[in-house]
Design a protein. Structure first.
Length: 358
């Protein structure tokens, strides 16, 4: 029993620590556009066809310094983010001028915080660990609500425990947890489904994972070599002619040698920050190969595309950002106190009553 108790104590504390970290980093990241101190970050985005075409031509025209990806600025952040090979990157203003450059994500707090929040600095392995922690967190919220219902007559809302004793911390945890439970579930459920797509079947029906995978799959790969003389501005003009009401969101070079350049756009009805409206171009000559209109996606897929904007507070403006901030801070507080009770405030083992009487 001693081994089981020790394992329970350390696993409980570790999960509490992980959930606290995820909550606090999430609360910081939803406001990242306000604290990224880079010149021209507050500039209004230029999304006219010719403005974007000129900027893309300037940034992609030099084959020796061509980024692998451009994520274009939006109304909340007026800089384009460029990604180069390895971990290098840069910010460019609306004229295509580089205003900040880095050779490692450790030079940009918004990048390493995002990597910590999404991957624990461990790629897919870290992402899986986060998904598992989210599932455990859902179990904590559900069982906590059941336990609270039995003790509901003693409810007292406090932001901090009345005392730092184990009973007071447990009572505070239970009462504060029931108040923020809807926000915690929103964060946990959306996060878990984004990590483990098969869980979408629980929200959208048994066929959801298969429908989502089929609908979001790109065209068959081509084995073309990227040409050094592509008409990059022409691709922007083709995309805007095909989808005139869209916002140009990202441009990516072929990945894993698939021979396709990907241009993602966002239609007015989409919540997803980078949209799902997409055109693929051949890497060899820049010809359009295929297109996907987000408005034509199945209803299940469009519902699935709402999860990330809700999780990251990319919609709803300041009110949703404040709600998700409360969720993150609650995770931080509840998780930290969980660590305290599991690792530092465990009740001392008392000898059996008969042994004490002797």
């Amino acid at each position: 029993m001693g081994v089981i108790d020790t394992l329970h104590r350390w696993l409980g504390g570790l999960i509490g620590l992980l959930l606290a970290m995820l909550g606090l980093t999430g609360a910081i990241l939803v406001h990242r556009r306000l604290w990224i101190m880079v010149p021209h970050a507050a500039d209004a985005p230029r999304q006219t066809t010719e403005a974007v075409a000129a900027r893309v031509g300037r940034l992609m025209g030099d084959a020796a310094n061509r980024p692998e990806m451009i994520v274009f600025g939006d109304r909340d952040f007026g800089l384009d983010r460029l990604a180069y090979k390895g971990a290098a990157g840069a910010y460019a203003d609306q004229a295509g001028n580089i205003v900040a450059h880095w050779s490692s994500q450790w030079q940009r707090p918004e990048l390493w915080l995002l990597d910590l929040h999404q991957h624990l600095f461990a790629g897919e392995t870290g992402e899986t660990a986060i998904g598992l922690a989210a599932l455990v967190g859902i179990g904590f919220v559900v069982t906590g609500a059941i336990l609270w219902w039995r003790m509901r007559r003693t409810f007292a809302l406090r932001l901090w425990p009345q005392r730092m004793s184990r009973p007071a911390i447990v009572r505070h945890h239970r009462d504060l947890g029931i108040v923020v439970a809807p926000l915690l579930l929103l964060s946990l459920v959306t996060g878990a489904v984004l990590v483990f797509r098969p869980l979408s079947a629980l929200l959208f029906g048994p066929a959801a994972p298969r429908t989502i995978a089929a609908s979001l799959k790109g065209p068959p790969p081509r084995f073309d070599r990227l040409s050094d003389t592509l008409d990059w501005p022409g691709m922007i003009r083709i995309a805007r002619a095909r989808f005139p009401d869209t916002e140009i969101r990202s441009l990516s070079l072929p990945r894993k040698g698939n021979g396709l350049i990907t241009l993602r756009m966002k239609r007015p009805s989409e919540w997803l920050p980078n949209g799902r409206t997409t055109i693929w171009f051949a890497a060899a000559d820049g010809r359009p190969i295929a297109a996907r209109d987000a408005a034509d996606l199945p209803r299940t897929v469009r519902a699935y595309n709402l999860l990330y904007p809700l999780h990251a507070a990319e919609v709803g403006g300041l009110p949703l950002r404040l709600l998700m901030t409360i969720s993150g801070l609650a995770f931080g507080l509840l998780g930290s106190l969980t660590v305290w009770t599991f690792w530092f405030k465990r009740p001392r083992n008392q000898p059996p009553k008969r042994a004490r009487e002797r």
